[in-house]
Design a protein around this ligand. Structure first.
Ligand SMILES: *Cc1c(COP(=O)(O)O)cnc(C)c1O
Length: 485
């Protein structure tokens, strides 16, 4: 089904509003604006009644795919259902009508929310303090790496290398490079975990930190994390955790207890704020005690006053790396994450992770008969299949499988990531899907595996049921790497 442009519904004189006269004299535009800013001709805006506008956009939203419509199994990127109460609190006038420049004495509630959210995130990850400034996961990485840099500088040490494991998200080496570091890749071993021998051989006096994702992007817990932490710290280096996706850890294990010095969170993944289409996100960074003096300013401080606690913004911190973001980060995302955490409470958060892990393992057990699993079958919140079998026997690539899923009404999983798995299909169901939905998804995947054997052209020609069907895939042959945000 195609949808016409809003302009095609336009007819002169149709209006979406009626105003019954005005009681203020209007100034002509020429009096209000310099001549160079005036339009030469009136803007050609569509004239459409409200009912048509609403229907047009509802139809468009139906053509789109979103997490309110069905499961969105993006591995690593955690697209979970977003409770509507998060939007409700975010819209409370005390939050939504705040002006970023209004005096801080009049924004006590917002500061209190930021202070409490920082404390809750610190508690969840076992860190000493958290900054809420970064606007996304990658921005959190950059912030964390700048904190590491400042730490080494404060010790008078110059280190210019960051180690990144080869299964890492692409933003890790990119953030390291932006912060001025040379990156060296550490290998994963045959069972998908960090290769300790390779790590040992690369740890020298120039290494500022190791960046690690745990559970890693294949969904496996780095069981040797305590040993890794010991090796890294003995070398005078720090340990950075990419905590973009903490869906397996909430209430169960804390990066701080594993020995991580810095961790970034993606509020727009683990803590449910909507994402996709470019944001807005939020990538807070938690640090251990030694790094607290370097946190970005301003920080929210709590003091006890005669009539209860007071919150204020403090910028006078000489050790700070400075500001990472205008104003105070993406505040609306903070309100959503705060609501999410408070609604669930500690036990609820733990159940989130337990259910995310059960869902992933259930789905995996339904799919292993038809798809290759390159690594052990003991996953946490996500898993990575390989489409090698389908490609080798029937010429059906992972890209084709992903596109065929659209015909069955599902968003595709993350594909061709991590780079260490060939024809990777990386699936994360999240805790918010019911058993019935997981079964429907598994049925679709199994059906596609069957089609790949019996009528491969059905899969390689997909999708056929979507508003936009198969595109020219010439680009795909140049090894297209598709990932998520
Ligand atoms: C999503 C993700 C990132 C980057 O987060 P953005 O908010 O997209 O910048 C980094 N690491 C991992 C493991 C991720 O899943």
């Amino acid at each position: 089904m195609k949808e016409k442009l809003i302009f095609d519904f336009s007819a002169s004189g149709r209006k979406g509003y009626s105003l019954s006269g005005r009681d203020l004299p209007m100034q002509p535009a020429e009096k209000l604006l310099p001549a160079k800013f005036l339009r030469r001709q009136p803007a050609a805006l569509p004239e459409v009644p409200e009912s048509e506008v609403v229907r047009h956009f509802i139809r468009l939203s139906n053509l789109n795919y979103h997490v309110d419509k069905n499961m969105y199994p993006l591995g690593s990127c955690t697209m979970k259902y977003n409770p509507k109460i998060n939007d409700y609190t975010c819209d409370l006038p005390g939050f939504s009508a705040l002006h970023p420049l209004q005096p801080e004495e009049t924004a006590g509630g917002a500061l209190q929310l930021m202070h409490e959210l920082s404390s809750m995130l610190a508690e969840i990850a076992g860190m000493a303090a958290v900054t809420l400034q970064p606007a996304a996961g990658a921005h959190g990485e950059l912030t964390g790496i700048l904190l590491i840099k400042k730490y080494h500088e404060s010790k008078g040490s110059k280190r210019s290398t960051l180690l990144v494991v080869d299964s890492a998200h692409g933003t890790n080496p990119a953030s390291a490079a932006i912060a001025g570091y040379r990156t060296v890749s550490v290998k994963s071993n045959a069972i998908g975990r960090t290769d300790l021998d390779d790590l040992r051989s690369k740890l020298d006096g120039d290494v500022a930190a190791l960046m690690l994702t745990n559970p890693n992007t294949i969904g496996l817990f780095e069981k040797e994390i305590v040993e890794i932490s010991r090796m890294v710290h003995e070398n005078g280096s720090l340990l950075y955790m990419d905590g973009a996706n903490m869906n397996a850890l909430l209430g169960i294990a804390r990066p701080g207890d594993m020995g991580f010095d810095v961790v970034h969170y993606n509020l727009h993944k683990t803590f449910s704020a909507p994402h996709g289409g470019g944001g807005p996100g939020s990538g807070p960074v938690g640090v251990s005690e030694a790094l607290v003096p370097f946190l970005p300013v301003p920080v929210v401080e709590k003091t006890e006053g005669p009539d209860g606690p007071r919150y204020r913004l403090v910028s006078d911190r000489p050790g700070s790396i400075g500001r990472m973001m205008n104003f105070y980060g993406n505040f609306s995302v903070l309100v959503r994450a705060y609501t999410y955490i408070r609604m669930l409470g500690p036990d609820g958060l733990r159940r989130v992770s337990e259910n995310a892990i059960i869902n992933a393992n259930y789905l995996l057990s339904r799919l292993t008969s038809s798809y290759d699993l390159p690594f052990p079958k003991q996953v946490l919140h996500e898993f990575c299949l390989s489409g090698d079998r389908q490609k080798k026997s029937h010429g059906v690539k992972t890209l084709d499988i992903a596109k065929r899923l659209l015909d069955y009404g599902f968003h595709a999983p993350t594909i061709y990531f991590p780079l260490i798995v060939s024809e990777a299909l990386m699936i994360e169901p999240t805790e918010t899907e019911s058993r019935e939905t997981l079964d429907l998804f598994a049925d679709a995947m199994l059906k596609i595996a069957e089609e790949a054997e019996q009528s491969p052209e059905t899969v390689t020609g997909a999708p056929v049921n979507t508003p936009v069907t198969r595109l020219d895939e010439a680009m795909a042959s140049r090894q297209l790497n598709i990932c998520c945000m």
